[in-house]
Design a protein around this ligand. Sequence first.
Ligand SMILES: Cc1cc2nc3c(=O)[nH]c(=O)nc-3n(C[C@H](O)[C@H](O)[C@H](O)COP(=O)(O)OP(=O)(O)OC[C@H]3O[C@@H](n4cnc5c(N)ncnc54)[C@H](O)[C@@H]3O)c2cc1C
Length: 444
Amino acid sequence: MKRRTFNQLLRQLALAQIVLPPVLQACGREEEIFVPYDGHIAIIGAGAAGLYAADLLLSKGYSCSVYEASNRIGGRLAKNESFADFPIDLGAQWLHGKKNLLGDLIQQTNTATQEDDSEIWFWHGQQLRKNLPKDLFGLFERENQLPDISFQDFATQNGFDASYQYLVEAIAGDSGASGDNISTFWKIKEEENWSSGDQDYKFARTYFDLIHDHLAPSVLPYLQLETPITKIDYSGEEIQLTAANGARFTADKVILTVPISILKAGMIQFTPALSETQSQAFQKIGMEAGMKVFLKFSQSFYKENLLGGQICAAYIDERVGKTGNDHVLLAFLMGQQARDLAARGSDTAIIQALLGELDQIYDGQASRYFQQGLVKNWAAEPYIQGAYSYSTIGMGNARKEAARSAGNKIYFAGEAMNTNGHHQTVFGAAETGKTAVEKLLKEI
Ligand SMILES: Cc1cc2nc3c(=O)[nH]c(=O)nc-3n(C[C@H](O)[C@H](O)[C@H](O)COP(=O)(O)OP(=O)(O)OC[C@H]3O[C@@H](n4cnc5c(N)ncnc54)[C@H](O)[C@@H]3O)c2cc1C
């Protein structure tokens, strides 16, 4: 997800009506927040939200355990160090502004980052162009009242024909969605409180390393991997958790950080059942397929950022911001494009399709210089099942309803529960971990 293109513009619109974010205003009242509590807290999921919450609780001496379904930490943060001569992020990659919790961590730990100001080009009307005949981005700027219809419908109604469809997919894809599903109105409304800044950064190493090196170490002794929780019974005094293999655990409070896709799919059974309002709120939050395909070439023939292509709307030079000699191009696909490409079946078929499209754009150079490919399909991860949450048509205050605690016992966190405009991001996920801890301790 690279936000400089569209999201930056949308945030500028939203910032015209800026409201200060309520999140983390409690920072200055630490003593009041961290009240004595000797109950046991179970955290479900070891992504950014779960690790942030666990690290915070453990640093203040609380008792907690972390249960993670997969065989590794990080969730939608992951890295590969063998594909190229620099480490690549298989999941989240860009830090969208530094005025946030993880920006603070980066500063405290002297983590090396670099501004990403790479140039954007378009493949439009079978030509490589720096500028477009008509300004689709400007459309959003000109309108006073954006309607609650899809990006695609909004573009079509305003005279952008099929030749702009790739751009609609690219800007919707930036937000993890298909052009047909994301709401023009709610996309902007939901980011009204964005306060992290507009500059994108890349990590000299990877985003995963930040979490791995600075949040995970304190948590590892309390972590159980390969423990998917399937049932949460909070009907009695003590909460009973059941894992897929039948193992049982108890806790006094639970912080649940699984992706919204897992809640939408009903993969965790609650006793008593969650309220109808909360269950409906889960369904209103969007989450679609997402895929990253890395293509290594013996030489570079491509633009740093290219929006275009019927198969993949965004091709990005992976080496920007990294130190290395290998030439790696990232094909970034979300929503329908990710589903369509995955439907080709094998990784080989996926890679061949992308090379075919790149050959058209770059005169056969893709096949000529191709060395190796790597496919990461996030929809195929059994405990992730997609990319990140987005604003659907008719969404309303679904995130607020979804994030309500159940019976003062279960606290919901994870990027989709962020109500401060920082959903979809890693630091937004961390913020919800912190907010869940604060709420939990306030309500004991
Ligand atoms: C391709 C891609 C690109 C992205 N790019 C960016 C980017 O550039 N910048 C950015 O800020 N963000 C980006 N994001 C989004 C970012 O990765 C997420 O917002 C963030 O990492 C989510 O953290 P989380 O803790 O909420 O969820 P997750 O990281 O998904 O963690 C949830 C954890 O819960 C576990 N789990 C699920 N079910 C169970 C269960 N039943 N029992 C126990 N554990 C369970 C999962 O295995 C997972 O480890 C990207 C995401 C993707 C997929």
